[in-house]
Write a protein that binds this ligand. Structure first.
Ligand code: ZN
Length: 686
């Protein structure tokens, strides 16, 4: 999984796997989008390894009927957390069948609506537990061969793990039969439903690569999935083991909880990464794409036995994603990303006392320090030994769960490297080994120069100006030039003008964006140069530049607004919502203000994705364009399944409630709200 923001995951550990081995399951399920419910017939095959009198399947708030063990009715208990089958089980194979029904509070999400023709249904197992929508196992150590047959309205596409074996239609309902060949942990089970189309490519090794997209995004298909096949081929070669599943699907869904999730053979990712070729510059899917793909080996094929060993998933996925990016963007890019994460690791180690090898470690530790651990190891034992050990580790533990020791065992087999001491330094200590980190980074010339730039921080501008001029004029890597611009922020304009001009002349989008962001006050004699940023092929740069120019030069506002009136930006409408709020707030701009306000309020409504709604709400609130509809949309935000957005809603309402008039307004709209919204608003009012 890849987080958009830092979160803490929790894990459970149960012991049932010593007594029972669940082998495979066939789930025939149907989803009711109106009732937001799910029901199905489930058929589990399991082997009893040692006699046991109660067998448990995790099942949150489900109802059961028609339970049969080997065809005979059976006693069971429903604790609302578990389905417990009570029977004096003896060694041997069994079949359990039952019907279930549930209305999941989490894990199964409904976005949009059939009426608006934008309905999407998708699941998120990791961190949320698949047992909310399918009776399964919260314990990752119980790996099962899952096959789902999903029935839904024939106008929609249904996606699940594995190969699509058959599709059959009865009375407008299409049943999609998916089949897995190998076992996996339940948190990797998925389904996604929506109006999608797909583009299919084939990897060098012959694996079908299915790339899904919404019909409206046809022109974004190529930039969104750019380098997918190349990274797939690269990772198979780099890891040294064929992709372990029969097919690979990737599907963007709206209002997804994270950046991406590596469901076995069927990755879901956030629609914020669906970009055109301009959006690609600032917000591409490449890193998440490679990360979730790497998880298909590290996480899905071999799974960490418990939370303590979580770095075996996230550290590996982060490191191999970086290797895939190196293949595309080169050595300097690779090192600059390591440099960036090293800075974060060093900074965090001042206060974070929890090492990587701990279930309570931070995401930064599991992901970035985990990746750094592998990089340091790779450098220490050499490419040949590293690859051999990784390959053996995967082969030996395929379709099983692992601990960190399993990995060290393979390293010890191929080298006499002191893994004990290495583990103490990297995984069991919260201290960052800065000396070693810097030594490794200094192997790259660009990083050497970047360190020199960092050291120049203490110098006056006069002392370092010549050095900076030289860098900006050279072919130095863009991150170094960005660092140069970063050091100019608090300098007097006249003193830094020449350097800023040189930075703009690099024509590099990221360096120019650094200039855009570094100046909130723009002097008149830099106006023309700054205005050139409006034409950059970057929605982020354009957003910064438009806002700063509008702010600094009231006499040119109408020009700027005319120039940007057709801008839309990313699929969260960052430029559109900015333009609307600026136009509404420019008194002498002759446009139909009422119409524009209506349009901006519409972007804040549930008809749009959370990222768009928040963009619109932030502008409506900061420009004081608040009417009853805006208040209602704010309250609605507090009921959203994305915690970042619901938190934004709550925080904003709390601030507004400090004002008596807003409080009265919130009380006035109460009767117009639905039950869920009333509940949330009441909590904030009291
Ligand atoms: Zn991940």
């Amino acid at each position: 999984m890849k987080y958009l923001f830092l979160l803490i995951s929790s894990f459970t550990f149960a012991q049932q796997t010593q007594f029972v081995d669940f082998k495979s399951v066939l789930g025939k399920i149907a989803i009711n989008a109106t009732a937001k419910s799910i029901s199905g017939d489930v058929n589990y095959d399991f082997e009893v390894l040692k006699p046991i009198d109660t067998i448990k399947i995790d099942a949150q708030n489900m109802e059961f009927s028609d339970l049969k063990l080997n065809g005979n009715p059976i006693n069971y208990r429903n604790t609302n957390k578990e389905l417990q089958i009570i029977f004096p089980f003896k060694k041997g194979n069994n079949q359990l069948t039952f019907h279930y029904q549930a209305k999941p509070k989490q894990t199964l999400y409904f976005v949009g609506s059939a009426a608006a023709d934008d309905l999407q249904i998708w699941t998120q197992g990791q961190g949320k537990y698949s047992s909310h929508w399918f009776p399964s196992f919260d314990d990752v150590n119980e790996k099962v061969v899952f096959s789902l047959e999903i029935a839904f309205d024939k106008d929609y596409q249904v996606i699940s793990n594995g190969i699509l074996k058959a599709k059959s239609e009865i009375n407008g309902i299409l049943t999609w039969s998916y089949k897995m060949q190998k076992p996996m942990s339940s948190y990797l089970l998925m389904l996604a439903i929506g109006k999608f189309e797909k583009n299919v490519q084939k990897s060098k090794s012959g694996i079908p690569l299915e790339m899904y997209f919404e019909p409206k995004d046809t022109d974004k298909l190529e930039p969104t999935y750019r380098y997918s096949k190349r990274m797939f081929d690269f990772l198979e070669k780099e890891i040294g083991m064929k992709y372990p599943w029969k097919i690979y699907k990737q599907n963007p869904v709206r209002d997804f909880l994270y950046a991406g999730m590596e469901n076995t053979s069927a990755t879901l990712f956030s629609s914020r990464y669906v970009v055109d070729s301009i959006g690609f510059e600032d917000r591409n899917y490449i890193n998440v794409n490679a990360h979730e793909l790497a998880h298909q080996w590290f996480g899905d094929l071999v799974t960490a036995q418990s939370g303590k060993h979580h770095w075996l998933q996230e550290g590996f996925a982060t490191y191999y994603a970086l290797l895939a990016e190196r293949e595309i963007f080169g050595e300097d890019y690779f090192y600059s990303k390591l440099y960036e994460s090293a800075q974060q690791i060093k900074y965090a180690s001042r206060t974070d006392t929890i090492p990587v090898l701990n279930e309570k470690a931070s995401s930064l530790s599991f992901y970035q320090k985990g990746a750094w651990t592998l990089f340091a190891l790779h450098e220490a034992i050499g490419d040949k030994a590293f690859k051999k050990a990784v390959r053996n580790y995967l082969k030996k533990n395929a379709f099983k769960t692992v601990t960190t020791q399993d990995f060290w065992d393979e390293i010890n087999r191929v080298s006499d490297f002191d893994t004990n001491n290495f583990s103490k330094v990297w995984l069991e200590s919260s201290v960052a080994d800065s000396q070693e980190i810097n030594k490794l980074l200094n192997k790259n010339k660009a990083m050497k120069l970047l360190f020199e730039v960092e050291q120049a921080k203490k110098k006056t501008l006069a002392e370092k100006e010549e050095f900076f001029v030289e860098i900006l004029k050279s072919k130095a890597y863009s991150a170094i030039k960005e660092a140069v611009v970063g050091q100019l922020k608090n300098e007097k304009f006249e003193a830094k003008k020449q350097l800023l001009e040189l930075a703009l002349e690099t024509k590099n989008i990221q360096v120019r964006q650094a200039v855009a962001a570094s100046l909130s006050k723009i002097p008149e004699d830099f106006r023309l140069q700054y205005e050139s940023l409006l034409d950059d092929r970057s929605y982020q740069t354009q957003e910064i530049a438009l806002y700063n120019l509008w702010n600094n030069f009231p006499e040119f506002r109408i020009d700027y607004l005319d120039r940007s009136k057709d801008w839309i930006g990313f699929n969260d409408f960052n430029l559109k919502t900015l333009w609307l709020s600026l136009s509404i707030s420019t008194p002498n701009y002759t446009v139909d203000k009422e119409k524009l306000i209506k349009e901006l309020v519409q972007y804040s409504s549930p008809a749009f994705e959370a990222i768009t709604r928040q963009n619109a709400l932030e502008k409506l609130v900061s420009f004081k364009l608040i009417d009853d509809d805006v208040l209602k949309n704010l309250v609605n935000a507090t009921t959203h399944h994305m915690w970042q957005f619901s938190k934004y809603g709550r925080d904003t309402i709390r601030t507004l409630l400090k004002n008596k008039e807003w409080r009265t307004s919130f009380e006035r709209i109460m009767p117009d709200l639905n039950e869920k919204e009333q509940f949330q608003l009441n909590r904030l009012l009291n």
